[in-house]
Design a protein around this ligand. Structure first.
Ligand code: GAF
Length: 409
């Protein structure tokens, strides 16, 4: 086996049900919600400047099973994760009679608690419903495949199902509003000034399609990805460098500084590189480079979606390499390991393109490669890479959904 075997939804649900039954022997969950992680094909670090991004949902994700508790007995929500890699404690309790504030730790809980707090604030149910849930994710934590958004969106999906009967139609969330709510949870409760890409993908993605998202008006277009001769190979560098959170916020600030100098609300409004060149002497070299990345990346993403629609993989691949170079040199969010993975992939015949994906400083690369060259590509990376990588072959998946519990019991 060269690439990782993917845990199926059935396996994931079986694991969760087994743990549930061990903990609550005479009890059965009634709700099961799932939301996927994502891999971004192109359009990196431009969602928060209102740009275009082009991700797809992956068949890995977060599943939550649980049930409503009797509110005449308790006002508490019992939340527990089965993930080993997320830090301690693994269980938290939330008292619904009190205000729900961000927790100092554990970090994973803020994704859940943030969504719960904002859901209640937004939907204003007449009665707050206590519940018990178990959470498990198959998305590698900190791998740049958006484990956090998949937890948030799975949680929001669970709450929609929990409150299904008690909320009127007028109170239902649209998918875009759901993405916005989950994004706000990450910004406010996890304190990351992220854009909308990850939560939007987890809510809106369609199987066998990538999603071209316009982050200015939160609209999207699904682009078919059905060619069986071409494969999306994701390589996890298995490194995660420190300073990520602070550096992300710094990049967001740099882009806003550039937009302010250019007299725009966001860098998306810049129409050409010439416009940037005209004010180059008004900005520091660092701010210029950040803006240069964002402006060129937005153009590459539009061109990339067009190329993929026309099955022009060579052109798409060229844009992927350019994107990586821009992230490495202008935006400075790559690292030695990611650069090495990209150049090893590039050396293989049949590889169209490769780039870092996600926030950067570790995590994964995404490579577009002819199916017939996948094994060669993996072999070449394994041989040349300074650390140990893991590999995933992904087909685009559906967005968040309820999963039938009975089917797999
Ligand atoms: C992280 C963020 F959460 C996204 O909003 C996006 O900015 C991405 O980094 C970089 O493209 O995943």
């Amino acid at each position: 086996m060269v690439s990782e075997e993917l845990t199926t939804l059935e396996q994931l649900q079986t694991n969760l049900l087994e743990s549930y039954q061990e903990e609550f022997p005479n009890d059965e969950p009634t709700i099961c919600a799932f939301a996927p992680g994502r891999v971004n094909l192109i359009g990196e670090h431009v969602d928060y400047v209102d740009g275009f991004v082009f991700p797809m949902a992956i068949p890995l994700g977060t599943m939550i099973i649980g049930k409503a508790l009797d509110d005449s007995i308790t006002n508490t929500c019992y939340i527990r994760t089965l993930s080993k890699d997320v830090g301690e404690p693994k269980s938290i309790e939330i008292d619904l009679t009190k205000e729900i504030s961000p927790l100092k730790s554990p970090k994973w809980a803020n994704y859940v608690v943030g969504v719960l707090a904002l859901f209640l604030e937004r939907m204003k149910p007449t009665k707050k419903q206590p519940f018990r849930i178990l959470i498990a994710t198959t998305v590698p934590i900190g791998g740049g495949l958006s484990s956090s958004a998949s937890i948030e969106v799975a949680m929001c999906t669970f709450l929609e199902l929990l409150y299904k009967k008690s909320l009127t139609n007028g109170q239902q969330l649209s998918k875009v509003d759901k993405a916005l709510l989950c994004c706000k949870a990450e910004q406010v409760y996890a304190n990351v000034p992220c854009g909308i890409m990850d939560q939007y993908t987890a809510c809106m993605a369609e199987a066998n399609h990538a999603l071209l998202i316009d982050c200015r008006d939160n609209t999207s277009k699904s682009i078919p990805m059905t060619n069986k001769e071409v494969c999306v190979l994701v390589t996890n560098s298995n490194v995660k460098h420190e300073l990520v959170a602070g550096t992300y916020a710094e990049r967001v600030r740099h882009c806003q500084e550039a937009a302010d100098i250019l007299g725009h609300k966001k860098l998306r409004e810049v129409t050409s590189i010439k416009e940037l060149e005209n004010v180059r002497d008004k900005m520091s070299p660092v701010i210029y480079k950040r803006a240069h990345h964002a402006i060129t990346e937005i153009k590459r993403t539009e061109a990339g979606a067009k190329a993929l629609s026309n099955n022009d993989y060579t052109e798409f691949g060229r844009l992927m390499y350019e994107s990586h170079e821009s992230l490495r040199d202008d935006f400075e969010v790559s690292c030695e390991e990611l650069d090495q993975l990209v150049s090893l992939a590039r050396s293989v015949d049949g590889v169209y393109g490769s780039r870092m994906t996600g926030g950067g400083f570790g995590g994964c690369t995404v490579t577009l490669v002819a199916k017939s060259s996948v094994d060669k590509c993996i072999e070449t990376i394994k041989k040349g890479y300074k650390a140990t990588a893991s590999f995933y072959q992904f087909v685009p998946s559906d967005g968040a959904r309820a999963i039938d519990l009975k089917k797999h019991q």
